[in-house]
Design a protein around this ligand. Structure first.
Ligand SMILES: *Cc1c(COP(=O)(O)O)cnc(C)c1O
Ligand SMILES: *[C@@H]1O[C@H](CO)[C@@H](O)[C@H](O)[C@H]1NC(C)=O
Ligand SMILES: *[C@@H]1O[C@H](CO)[C@@H](O)[C@H](O)[C@H]1NC(C)=O
Length: 446
């Protein structure tokens, strides 16, 4: 005797009833006898170092002092940096038009891609609509770029200190991460010899973040050309994370505008410059003047974009007007605010014993070195920043989260009075824990 299984297949208006027991006999041996649902290897290998470090910290603010978080890389949290009215109006009109409620093509509407191409095209690095892929934030752009260039077992070169997402994505895909050093004493320029020494035949991508998160540094033209030379010598394509492009206080061309041969995937988005990270609009600009990526990499990107239809249709609908109608004064005001706050923070902390801030020239961050020798009360940057919360209710992200111990990162988007108050509290904290070099220490012999 056996139980018949009736399967009802509904295909369009066709209804088929079928007996499948004879066709598909049960494989009783291979059948699971109990529940065993476990997270996948990929899920297990997906690690966010910021969460790993911050969740492990005991963050109990001083109840007598209101908390000031200088740790969050989101310019909207304090409400002091609203986006421009033109950006909001473009979104409202896109909704009201009812034209953007459906699925867009996986790489984005042609008209929206054209708008991005027009916005970023320059004579040295011309762009067409076909060179633009719209994504769900710059994060998905980075995901697609790494995915299309790298196989498991390959390695990628990543700046140190650097944005943690690159490693999070690469490790989950079985790609090895090799960290190349940035040099704080040279305004965080790349240690080119170190970078070059890491390249081998398995290196499939060089990631360059300019301007930098977490450093706020901006590379000049000459340095960018030197980076391109290394990539060119070893035939390694570049993933340029340029989400902070134009958020600078000095001139910094795009990598692509300087490249004659190295193919570049430039990742960007609305999040930072237009101050709307929650809108999740990003893009990849494909720069390939020597036809090295060719059609294959482009088709690979199109295929990958089909895994998820990434970018929100409504934001795509608003994109052309966001790019074309945002007044120059909005960009200038943002840059001016970040400049002023960076200068305040730098000058306040420069005179604090035991701290060494590195003056940024762009983005929205400043990195501060800690002379750990002079703070024997603390084991490391994590311990230091944890205690800073306990005593002064000021939270700065320990740079261990960027694989760069004994530094911390400050986000300079907070309101000016908050920045001043935070710096005063950091000063008080350092003064109470600072130990000057003792007479018999080795310092005097050097
Ligand atoms: C914020 C940031 C991103 C992510 O941008 P989203 O558009 O929010 O995904 C990518 N790269 C760097 C360096 C960033 O700081
Ligand atoms: C993932 O980790 C969990 C424990 O956290 C484990 O039970 C599971 O087997 C792991 N998955 C794989 C595929 O190794
Ligand atoms: C914006 O800043 C640039 C460069 O400093 C300047 O040339 C320009 O006139 C400014 N524009 C506005 C509208 O403020």
């Amino acid at each position: 005797m056996h139980v018949c299984i009736y399967v009802l297949l509904v295909v369009g208006d066709l209804t088929i009833t079928n007996t499948v027991s004879a066709l598909y006999p049960t494989k009783s041996k291979s059948r699971r006898q109990r529940w065993e649902v476990k997270p996948s290897e990929m899920a297990n290998n997906t690690l966010n170092p910021i969460r790993a470090i911050v969740d492990g910290m005991k963050l109990t603010p001083n109840p007598d002092k209101p908390m000031i978080a200088l740790s969050i890389g989101d310019p909207t949290v304090f409400g002091n940096l609203p986006t421009d009215g033109a950006v909001l109006q473009a979104m409202k009109d896109a909704i009201d038009s009812q034209k953007y409620n459906g699925y867009a093509p996986s790489v984005g509407y042609l008209q929206s891609r054209q708008a991005v191409a027009n916005f970023y095209s320059c004579p040295e690095a011309p762009l067409e609509a076909e060179d633009v892929i719209l994504t769900s934030g710059c994060s998905q752009a980075i995901d697609l770029a790494i995915s299309v260039l790298c196989n498991p077992g390959d390695n990628i070169l990543v700046p140190c200190p650097g944005f943690s997402l690159y490693k999070t994505l690469a490790v989950s895909m079985g790609i090895e991460v090799r960290l190349y050093n940035l040099l704080p004493e040279k305004s965080w320029e790349v240690d080119l010899q170190h970078m070059e020494s890491l390249i081998d035949e398995k290196t499939s991508c060089l990631i360059v973040t300019n301007p930098s998160n977490p450093c706020g540094s901006v590379f000049n033209k000459k340095h960018l050309q030197e980076i391109l030379k290394v990539a060119s010598r070893h035939c390694v394509p570049i993933l340029a994370d340029e989400i902070y492009c134009n958020m600078v206080r000095c001139s910094s061309p795009s990598l692509a505008s300087l490249s004659s041969d190295v193919p570049i995937l430039s990742c960007g988005g609305l999040a930072k410059r237009w101050l709307v990270p929650g809108w999740r609009m990003g893009w990849i600009l494909i720069h390939d003047r020597n036809d090295i990526f060719g059609t294959e990499i482009r088709q690979g990107l199109v295929k990958l974009s089909q895994r998820i239809l990434g970018a929100c249709s409504i934001v795509q609908g608003a994109l052309e007007r966001i790019l074309n109608n945002t007044p120059q004064s909005f960009y200038n005001n943002t840059i001016g605010f970040l400049k002023s706050n960076s200068e305040i923070c730098f000058s306040e902390l420069s005179s604090v014993p035991g701290l060494n801030p590195v003056m940024p020239s762009g983005a929205m961050y400043i990195m501060v070195g800690i002379d750990m020798d002079h703070f024997p009360d603390f084991k490391n940057d994590v311990d230091f920043t944890e205690q800073l919360v306990t005593e002064q209710s000021v939270f700065c992200l320990p740079a261990s989260a960027f694989e760069y111990p004994n530094f911390f990162r400050i986000v300079v988007t907070v309101p000016e009075e908050m920045m001043l108050e935070a710096c005063a509290r950091i000063r008080e904290f350092c003064q109470s824990h600072y130990r000057p070099p003792s007479r018999d220490s080795n310092d005097l012999d050097q």
